[in-house]
Design a protein around this ligand. Structure first.
Ligand code: ADP
Ligand code: MG
Length: 407
């Protein structure tokens, strides 16, 4: 079935064609018809499978066809866990709904609220938001969600991880019982199920390849590298594949900054993104990466969820994640839609238990990237960061394996 065969507004179909969306993905195929039928949906599908459009297309269609003249409040509330996602997902709504009357706005904290209030006062249909700023604006009387028709919880697993449970429950108090609720998550656990059942009613459950949470079109490899040598391997790869786009995950903000500095010393341009950087700047950094102006983004798990940059070629786990589930999310930043992607992890001796945990979680052994002793030494010696011994000394003071675990 193609989108052109769907019983949705031609204004949406034309736009999907322009976006290059011809056929629905699995999750879209399974979810859209039920949402159009007015049912609650609880959907579990791997990262990168097109969940956003799976709810955006039918929601926009229904809002467009059920015009509520004179009504100024919010008609659809999409709750997301991060500001970056609020921006990205509101962008998808605006793109898909470009030719319709439906207006969408991404609301989040960390930026001034005056402009946001003006946008809200002008009236809009869909609000994509993180909880904090939304509650501020409700209590100040600028935001009315009391008559909404749709509630969407996206990336519900991360919302739980970040402790948004109470916020979700508080939202329930502000919205009508008669509504359609759509619940989307990449992973499922007991806790997520129980959250889902507090918000959805007799929901249609859709689950796509739950047994193997890793997206199929990503090649995975692991290289065993000493903690102190990781940056020489990173330098080597980034120089070899200069024209490719990379996202590099490290464990902490401090390590991110140090890797960026280390790359700068050897003439490789990269940018840091983490929770210690001011929100406005974070958007600018992400935009530069999205546009390809910057090809190497070094980041913490703050960027491991939901961020969709279709051109991304490689994910590098400079450090393995402490939480095996995050491995799946990080790798899911590549291989988006139908594209192929590659993920390479650096694993030091101390990280071997983390690797085992990841393999246990995904149920698959990660292929080992063999590096001969000679090649290993060559990589160290080829570095533009001076001699090996000198590097070893520098490493001791420079890349201390800190304990800070904040994003
Ligand atoms: P998820 O939320 O499941 O991680 P996204 O909604 O961010 O995934 O979509 C992943 C990528 O797939 C995006 O780049 C999106 O534009 C693309 N995509 C989604 N649906 C389709 C489709 N039907 N045809 C082509 N590309 C699609
Ligand atoms: Mg998503």
């Amino acid at each position: 079935m193609k989108f052109s065969d769907y019983n949705i507004s031609p204004l949406i179909k034309e736009q999907l064609a322009i976006m290059g969306f011809n056929k629905p993905t699995d999750i879209q195929f399974k979810a859209i018809k039920h949402i159009l039928d007015g049912e609650d949906v609880m959907a579990v599908a791997q990262t990168g499978t097109g969940k956003t459009a799976a709810f955006a297309i039918p929601v926009i269609d229904k809002l467009e066809s059920r015009n509520r003249k004179g009504y100024k409040g919010i008609r659809c509330l999409v709750m997301v866990p991060t500001r970056e996602l609020a921006k990205q997902i509101s962008g998808v709504f605006n793109e898909i709904g470009k030719r319709t009357r439906i207006k969408t706005f991404g609301l989040f904290g960390g930026v001034e609220q005056e402009q946001q209030i003006r946008t809200l006062d002008n009236g809009l249909d869909v609000l994509v938001t993180t909880p904090g700023r939304m509650f501020d604006l409700i209590s100040q009387g600028h935001l009315d969600i009391s008559k909404l028709e749709f509630l969407v919880l996206d990336e519900a697993d991360l919302m739980l991880d970040l402790g948004f449970m109470k916020d979700i429950q508080d939202v329930m108090k502000h919205i009508p019982n008669r509504r359609q609720t759509l619940f989307f998550t990449a992973t499922i656990s007991k806790k997520i199920k129980s959250l889902a059942y507090t918000v959805v009613r007799e929901a249609i459950r859709i689950q796509i390849s739950p047994k193997n949470p890793v997206a199929k079109n990503i090649d995975h490899a692991v290289a065993f590298v000493d903690m102190d040598d990781k940056r020489f391997f990173l330098e080597n790869i980034l120089k070899e594949y200069e024209e490719k786009q990379f996202i590099v995950f490290a464990r902490t903000k401090v390590r991110v900054e140090r890797i960026v500095a280390a790359m700068q010393r050897v003439g490789v341009k990269s940018e840091a993104l983490h929770g210690g950087i001011e929100q406005k700047e974070r958007f600018v950094i992400l935009d530069r990466f999205r546009s390809g102006e910057n090809k190497v983004l070094i980041t913490t798990d703050v960027a491991s969820r939901g961020i969709d940059i279709p051109t991304m070629d490689y994910v590098i786990n400079y450090d393995l994640p402490d939480d095996a589930e995050n491995y799946v999310h990080r790798c899911g930043r590549t291989g988006r839609g139908n594209k192929k992607g590659q993920a390479l992890s650096f694993c030091s001796e101390a990280e071997k238990p983390l690797l085992e945990a990841i393999e246990a979680y995904t149920g698959e052994e990660i292929e080992q990237y063999e590096i001969s002793k000679d090649d290993y030494m060559d990589i160290l010696n080829d570095s533009d960061d001076g001699s090996y011994d000198w590097k070893k000394l520098l490493d001791k003071s420079n890349i201390e394996d800190g304990t800070e675990d904040e994003w």
